[in-house]
Design a protein around this ligand. Structure first.
Ligand code: FAD
Ligand code: UDP
Length: 372
């Protein structure tokens, strides 16, 4: 029998924040993290390739938050380089800023742009944002045409590729992540803090784990060793909650991704991320060199993302819970099973969390009177 005070399943951001906090609070207690991949850091994992380029193995990760507490907490473990994410999408023959903003309006509608911009400002207010599924209900003929154009050219094709369904079949929260922006601000996020860890996410996470009482067991599926594992205090679980309960109420659906990496002799785009809502089978191309502007590279590496439905019997990980009412209800059923296990993170909570939300959730477990 392997005996620990605490067992944590998953060495992603959720598991690691918890391990770090437990280790700080209880120096004499033993903590084991069990991780089925051959590395720490979960989906934030990055590494330096043979050309010196930091590659995000599981898709582009941009840190952004308005949460002071999260920013301060992570800043103990890394220096940051300022990085503001800018995204272009290929719409007809233009590469336009996404979120679709006033510049995008001007690029796509050069002849009537002034009218559209004035109407958008009158409707929403300068510097405000509006979700596409709200704009689409517009009565004004010109604005309605604009909304239909954005819906069809920015959202429909991309969402069908990404989720296997149209925007209206998903919770509105999915497409409202990327609202139409009544501004020329072409940043993907407007958060107060936006940056990239100077030496990458994996290095930051290594530091969080640098405690004498944290042990990490890689290449090990929790379910393969659970009968040999004993914990005296608590189990934290950041894997799939439905798998934990052996799918007793049925399977929760997830979307997965395949990343196709290519090494190029020179850069192929001007920003980290270019979206292809209407062309090709992939949703976007990430070009990693643009994250770190302070370096000179002799090569470039890109990744194309191909989404598909997660299959519980396959080896590809589940990357996205699917935000839909019926899935939230099924999740609730699992969550209401009464026991002492703490489910955390994107899979444990079946929530479309960004990194800062995962960190905030896990830190809050250590607030007094936490009810998670
Ligand atoms: P994970 O990182 O998934 O970690 C869970 C870990 O548990 C995994 O390593 C898994 O192998 C392990 N595990 C699961 N089951 C078991 C088991 N049975 N036994 C052992 N180990 C197990 N967020 C942002 O803020 N900004 C971004 O730009 C951003 N971009 C993203 C792009 C993509 C393509 C994806 C998929 C996500 C992105 N995110 C982004 C979200 C971010 O990745 C997550 O919020 C964060 O990584 C979640 O951390 P986690 O610990 O909950 O989950
Ligand atoms: N989306 C879209 N077209 C785009 C960008 C986003 O339709 O060009 C929609 C799509 O449904 C996507 C969602 O908005 O899944 C959220 O986008 P985000 O960039 O936040 O996705 P993530 O980086 O989390 O995959």
């Amino acid at each position: 029998m392997m005996k620990y005070n605490y067992v944590i399943v998953g060495a992603g951001l959720a598991g690691v924040v918890i391990a770090n906090k437990l280790a700080n609070h209880n120096e004499n207690k033993s903590i084991l993290i069990v991780e089925k991949r051959n590395h720490i850091a979960g989906n934030c994992y990055d590494f330096v390739d043979e050309n010196g380029i930091i590659i995000h193995k599981y898709g582009p990760h941009c840190f952004h938050t308005n949460k002071e507490k999260v920013w301060k907490y992570l800043s103990q473990f890394t220096e940051w380089l300022p990085y503001e994410h800018r995204v272009l999408a290929k719409i007809q023959n233009n590469f336009v800023p996404i979120p679709f903003n006033l510049t995008s309006v001007r690029q796509c509608f050069p002849l009537i742009a002034d009218d559209l911009v004035n109407k958008l400002i009158a409707k929403c207010g300068n510097n405000n944002k509006i979700a596409i599924l709200e704009l689409i209900n517009e009565n004004d003929k010109q604005l309605k045409e604009l909304a239909d154009f954005i819906y069809e050219n920015v959202f429909l094709g991309y969402t069908i590729k990404q989720w296997g369904m149209a925007p209206l079949e998903l919770d509105k929260s999915v497409t409202s992540r990327i609202p139409v922006f009544i501004s020329e601000d072409d940043r993907y996020f407007q958060d107060k803090y936006q940056a990239i860890p100077k030496y990458g996410y994996t290095k930051m996470i290594e530091k969080m784990l640098d405690k004498n009482n944290i042990e990490v067991l890689l290449d090990t599926d929790f379910f393969d060793i659970k009968d040999k594992l004993q914990y005296t205090d608590k189990l934290y679980f950041s894997g799939m909650i439905d798998e934990f309960y052996d799918y007793c109420y049925g399977q929760l659906p997830y979307r997965s991704l395949r990343f196709d990496f290519e090494t190029l002799d020179k850069p192929c785009q001007s920003v980290v991320q270019v979206n292809y809502p209407n062309d090709y089978d992939y949703t976007r191309i990430t070009e990693f060199i643009h994250f770190y502007k302070n370096k000179n590279y002799t090569k470039s590496v890109i990744a194309k993302e191909y989404p598909f439905q997660y299959d519980h019997s396959s080896k590809e990980p589940p990357y996205y819970p699917i935000p839909q009412k019926k899935n939230a209800e099924l999740y609730k059923k699992y969550k209401s099973i009464n026991n002492d296990i703490v489910f955390v993170g994107r899979l444990g909570r079946y929530s479309y969390y960004n990194m800062d939300q995962v960190v905030a959730e896990c830190l809050s477990l250590f607030d007094t009177n936490s009810t998670i």
